[in-house]
Design a protein around this ligand. Structure first.
Ligand SMILES: Cc1ncc(COP(=O)(O)O)c(C=O)c1O
Length: 392
């Protein structure tokens, strides 16, 4: 191994125990409830092939040339309509930046906006990838309490008064890892608090359209009258994660700074990929693709929930109205790791819940994904989990 003196800011970044654990799951034939991949069936390869062929035939040189960091103009145009229709937020061209996956939006915000030691309020549990990003930029993470309607506003305001945070990072819809969605009134209240306390809200919403019951909810961004909310969106879960196309919608000054940061990150998101998404939106292909996926995901989720209900050791679990995940608990004081190891030995993987918690602990929790396995595989995997959890 190389003898490197890495940047000091990398010292607390362990590369995560979970990655080590998940290496165990990379065996062929493994039933994986561990990842967050959309189902292969939902990836629109034929439509994308047709679009790419046409783009290369009609606009090939442009597709293969450098493009502006600000994004491929037809995509920005489509995004403006999409953000209004899907998220209820009215934004103008200068408030939108196409990015290389919404992960990049988070990285750019941290790079442009945070100083080492800045206080950032986060949900606990929350998405490991973006918690890691915040840690790399040396943010001080402060967990806020949540319930089945999302962040508890009283606790948020208490923490704001105590820590004067620079930012709140939240996943309001079908949260990763819990699957829980924030209520409309709390969304509105968060936009109000952001303005009152001059706190930026990074609203990460990649699962927004994957809804299996209930009504579409407006984004926090839709209540933002003062440019304090940056909406991070992604086409990874509804078109293709491999295309790496997402967007950020926020105040024009923030977008401008993030655009400068993006110049040195990747110059621009690949033009061909941006154009594919633009065409997908323009041709109205997104809605049917999402509808098809939701129909299947709902059945997969119901099958997994049914399986979970049979496991006696599981004392609590979320019943989401959408998204890709269910979060469960065994008895407090117990550790799921022993069950994890047994399950992996028997060919089933899931993710222990502790690493999703910025403050650690919660070893009795775990996350299951249902989008990436068909119904029969879910039935089989859940039966194995039952045996691993209940036959001690
Ligand atoms: C909450 C959340 N945010 C962001 C992402 C990353 O999305 P992208 O592929 O657009 O970078 C994920 C992916 O799993 C996620 O769960």
């Amino acid at each position: 191994m190389g003898d490197f003196t890495f940047a000091k800011r990398m010292e607390p970044i362990t590369g995560s125990a979970i990655r080590e654990l998940l290496k165990l799951t990379a065996k062929p034939g493994m039933i994986s409830f561990a990842g967050g991949n959309p189902g292969n069936f939902s990836l629109p390869d034929e439509e994308v092939a047709e679009i790419i062929q046409e783009l290369l035939k009609t606009n090939g040189k442009n597709m293969l040339q450098y493009g502006p960091t600000e994004g491929y103009a037809p995509l920005v145009y489509e995004l403006q309509k999409y953000i209004l229709e899907e998220f209820g937020a009215e934004v103008v061209k200068d408030e939108i930046l196409p990015v290389t996956g919404s992960s990049q939006a988070m990285d750019l915000i941290c790079k442009a906006y945070l100083n080492p030691g800045d206080n950032v309020i986060v949900e606990s549990p929350s998405f490991i990838g973006n918690l890691q990003c915040l840690k790399i930029y040396e943010a001080n993470l402060i967990p806020v309490k949540s319930d089945d309607k999302g962040i508890i506003i009283e606790d948020l305001e208490r923490l704001i008064n105590k820590y004067n945070p620079k930012m709140l990072y939240t996943i309001p819809t079908f949260q990763n890892p819990t699957g829980i969605s924030m209520s409309i009134d709390r969304r509105e209240k968060i936009a109000e608090l952001a303005a009152k306390y001059n706190m930026l809200v990074a609203e990460d919403d990649p699962y927004h359209s994957l809804r299996y019951s209930g009504e579409n909810l407006p984004a926090i961004k839709s209540f933002d009258k003062h440019g304090k909310v940056a909406l991070l969106g992604s086409f990874s879960k509804v078109i293709s994660p491999g295309l790496r196309v997402g967007f950020m919608a926020g105040d024009a000054a923030l977008i401008k700074k993030c655009t400068i940061c993006k110049q040195s990150a990747d110059v621009h998101t690949p033009t061909l990929n941006q154009a594919v998404v633009a065409e997908f939106l323009k041709r109205g292909l997104l809605k049917p693709n999402v509808e098809k996926a939701c129909e299947v995901y709902k059945q997969q989720m119901d099958t997994m929930l049914e399986g979970l209900s049979q496991i006696k050791a599981v004392v609590k679990y979320t019943v989401p109205a959408g998204g890709l995940f269910i979060f469960g608990e065994i008895k407090e004081g117990e550790n799921v790791e022993k069950y994890f190891r047994k399950a992996v030995d028997r060919g089933v993987a899931f993710v222990p819940g502790s690493p999703f918690h910025p403050e650690g602990g919660h070893e009795n929790t775990f996350r299951l994904n249902f989008s990436n396995s068909d119904i029969d595989t879910i039935k089989k995997g859940m039966q194995i989990l039952k045996e691993c959890f209940d036959n001690n």
